[in-house]
Design a protein around this ligand. Structure first.
Ligand code: 3PG
Length: 310
């Protein structure tokens, strides 16, 4: 098969694909480069950081199979793929574990001011008396988007002794009952924002979630609450968040793994703030998750080749 790998995936998986197929690797290429490379490709493997739009796919008349080596589809023109009968498969599970753990790491780190403590100690500052933090145990964790990743964050919260509540785009009594069995309470987005000490955001980016969390929503949050987002840049209004993080008596801190502007050289407006942790979209970046994604991608390729006699 003629494969284009447009994002970095597990190196062992790339090696195995190269042994059996005609593989081009071009990670995070711009539109012009993608258009040139995709021309004769039958399969495209990608993650975030590349724009797989209609113009790009339009250059590839033989394109039959798209593999999203992860979860989010906001950088793919799904409608184009569907209307051109290009098969699309995502591999969301392995990365979800890693994203959920990073959300939790951010909450712990914010609560204990770990980054500030580390930065200052390296300069010889022993500011122990200023570093009293908060327990997560006994606090309320609110999940906006209690789907695949969000519910995992909820389970971690539960295990940590937190009271967990969350909201979903399409609630139903059945879903509420299923969540309740696991100790997670399904409620409205408003109640999540108003009640939680820690709000963690895990919705995909689409029309209904763009700027979902802006000034009025942030204003509902409790004074001293923390916000983490590992969803997508564009879900949280960064300027509004900046305001809430600098206003007296408002939010205590925030952790963002996803940003409106992502990529080398881009600096978040929140970078000026000490009570913010910023990471470069590393949610799914654990060896374990990427290895598992890689091996699932290999299996997908083998089945696809067999089905299509390629
Ligand atoms: C996802 O959508 O799976 C996560 O945000 C991770 O994205 P990535 O695979 O582009 O790192």
């Amino acid at each position: 098969m003629k494969i284009l790998i447009a994002s970095s995936i597990d190196s062992e998986a790339i090696k195995q694909l190269q042994e059996k197929h005609d593989v081009i690797c071009a990670f995070n290429a711009d539109e012009a480069k993608l258009k040139a490379l995709i021309v004769d490709r039958e399969v495209l493997i990608f993650r975030s950081g590349v724009q797989i739009n209609a113009a790009v796919m339009g250059q590839a008349p033989q394109l039959k199979f798209l593999v999203r080596a992860g979860s989010g589809l906001d950088n793919l023109d799904v409608e184009y793929a569907q209307s051109h009968e290009i098969k699309l498969v995502r591999v969301p599970q392995p990365g979800a574990k890693a994203v959920a753990e990073l959300a939790f790491a951010m909450m712990l780190s914010l609560s204990r001011q770990m980054i500030r403590a580390d930065v200052l100690l390296r300069k010889g500052r022993w500011i122990k008396s200023e570093l009293t933090g908060f327990l997560l145990t006994g606090k309320t964790l609110g999940i906006i988007g209690m789907g695949n990743i969000g519910s995992r964050v909820g389970h971690l919260g539960k295990a940590w002794g937190m009271d967990v509540l969350g909201c979903v785009e399409h609630p139903s009594p059945e879903r509420a009952a299923a969540f309740l069995e696991k100790g997670l309470r399904l409620t409205s987005c408003e109640e999540v924002l108003e009640t939680a000490d820690y709000v963690s955001i895990h919705v995909p980016l689409k029309d209904s979630t763009r700027n979902l969390i802006k000034s009025p929503e942030l204003a509902r949050m409790k004074p001293g609450a923390y916000l983490t987002t590992l969803a997508r840049g564009g879900v949280v209004d960064e300027q509004a968040l900046y305001h809430e993080l600098t206003a007296k008596g408002r939010l205590a801190g925030a952790g963002l793994d996803v940003h409106l502007q992502e990529g080398e050289g881009k600096i978040s407006p929140l970078a000026k703030l000490e009570n913010v942790i910023l990471t470069p979209h590393i949610g799914a970046m654990t060896i374990d998750s990427q290895r598992e994604i890689g091996s699932r991608v290999i299996n997908l390729m083998e089945s696809f080749a067999k089905e299509n006699e390629l």
